[in-house]
Design a protein around this ligand. Structure first.
Ligand code: IK2
Length: 462
């Protein structure tokens, strides 16, 4: 019996690994990978479940996940996938070599545990890179924590600071994990919307702004934190210094924590990225979160970090050491080498922090032109690697598609009929505001020329 259970667990684990790999690498139309290996056993497990054994209350309302739905559908229909945000081209060679060398070289210790909340070489590199950008000396040992991706840093931030009933201001549209992370910590999300100003001609992410009065009225005595995502996913908005100052002033006035997700910090096009943690009085109340995955095009490595005052970081460390404790040493070493190298050529056009946005800018313009040609109105992003397109003028027979919003049905229809996969923008809105996103779909332009050419072929035959 024991052996049978272990075998089952191993097979289910393998199936999940196969599914994730298949999904990400687009290997399959994937039904084979999605069917439970032993459906009858799963069933008997659920029949025997005691009524006491159920998901916790704090998981309620957090089970939906947009990536699972549309990435699976893209794989099932073998669609060209310009939905999920990861580069489908190679990271810099020297970064890959640094990872290979970390495991194969003489320093065997790099295959073992390192300092729990941050590999020393990496926290040092992060402190050296960001100290001048933040306008202060960042203490690598007490003001930086390294986590499994930016996701890890976000999760620790919510768990460390949000208590039952605390309100968290989320600016929508918003990167989808902020809501479940708030709920799982017992918090109450409060939404403030970015809305497009009327424009003539080409509209850009800078046209999407919040209303000062609406923002101000969201702050009250229950507000514990605000989440700022800059550059913004999905809009590609870079907040202006004035906008950030307005948020900063409110944070200081109401004694509120700022969780600033800056994973796309190097990807800026026609505007300059300002770090809210560098504004006067903000370091002590801001957690600035970054991602090696986005910085070096290595999203699969899942190395991220948070920086902030020691009194903030110490609580993230507590969550981290009581949950994951550690992220993988070779990847941390390789990211440190990457940061050191880019710092040594920071002002050169070869610096990856400059060369990647230069290449992406061309891709952005190419995608915007293609979308315009088929009548989808692109919103030109100032940062990040996503672009929204207004699809309200595009005709499609959506009567056969399931879903509550037009954009969701449209994406399903497009995957099925045009073999092109994107992400519906209503997924980035709270339940009661989904209608605000339903005229838009999100394209990821951080893709190889081959992928973008395949997308162009589809759009040209539209
Ligand atoms: N924060 C933002 C704003 C992100 O976009 C991401 C990851 N990318 O999302 C994929 C997509 O929108 O298609 C993260 C955090 C997570 O970063 P990491 O991969 O370092 O955990």
């Amino acid at each position: 019996m024991m052996i049978c259970c272990r075998k089952t667990a191993v097979q289910i684990f393998r199936r999940n690994i196969c599914y994730v790999a298949a999904r990400n690498f687009g290997l399959v139309g994937s039904d084979r990978f999605l069917e439970p290996v032993f459906p009858s056993i799963n069933l008997s497990i659920s029949r025997k479940m005691s009524s006491k054994i159920r998901g916790t209350k704090r998981l309620e309302g957090t089970d939906e996940n947009v990536w699972n739905v549309y990435t699976k559908m893209a794989a099932d229909f073998k669609a060209v996938n310009v939905g999920q945000g990861f580069p489908d081209f190679s990271p810099p060679d020297y970064v890959k070599e640094a990872l290979a060398n970390a495991t194969a070289g003489d320093r065997h210790i790099l295959n073992q545990y390192t300092r729990g909340h941050g590999h020393p070489r990496l926290v040092n590199a992060i402190s050296k890179l960001f100290s001048p950008l933040m306008g202060r000396d960042i203490d690598p040992l007490n003001e930086v924590i390294v986590t499994t991706g930016a996701y890890g840093a976000l999760f620790c931030s919510f768990q460390a600071f949000i208590e039952d009933g605390d309100e968290v201001i989320i600016i929508e549209p918003f990167y989808d994990c902020y809501k479940p992370m708030t709920l799982m910590a017992g918090g109450v999300p409060k939404y403030v919307s970015l809305r497009p100003k009327a424009t003539d001609g080409q509209s850009s992410s800078a046209d999407w702004v919040f209303d000062e009065k609406e923002l101000r009225s969201a702050f009250n005595s229950k507000t514990k934190a605000i989440v700022v995502n800059n550059p913004h996913n999905p809009l590609g908005k870079l907040y202006t210094r004035e906008e950030l100052q307005m948020i900063a002033d409110l944070c200081i006035e109401h004694d509120v924590l700022c969780i600033s997700d800056e994973v796309y910090e190097w990807l800026q096009y026609d505007a300059k990225h300002v770090r809210i943690g560098s504004l006067p009085g903000m370091w002590d109340r801001t957690l600035t979160i970054g991602s090696a995955g986005k910085t070096f095009s290595v999203t699969g490595w899942k190395i991220g970090w948070a920086m902030g005052a020691p009194e903030l970081i110490k609580h993230l460390v507590t969550v981290w050491q009581n949950s994951v404790f550690h992220c993988n040493t070779p990847a941390a070493e390789a990211v440190a080498i990457g940061i050191e190298k880019e710092m040594s050529r920071f002002d050169s056009p070869d610096c990856y922090f400059t060369s990647l946005p230069r290449e992406l800018r061309e891709k952005r313009d190419q995608v915007a032109k293609l979308l315009s040609e088929v009548g989808m109105k692109p919103i030109l992003p100032n940062g990040g690697y996503f672009m929204l397109a207004d699809i309200s003028g595009i005709e499609a027979d959506l009567s056969g598609e399931e879903g509550e919003t037009r954009d969701g049905k449209f994406v399903k229809w497009m995957i099925r009929n045009k073999k092109l996969a994107t992400i519906p923008v209503s997924a980035f809105y709270s339940a009661s505001h989904k209608k605000m996103g339903e005229n838009y779909i999100r394209f990821c332009f951080c893709k190889s020329d081959e992928t973008l050419n395949s997308m162009a072929d589809i759009l040209k035959q539209w």
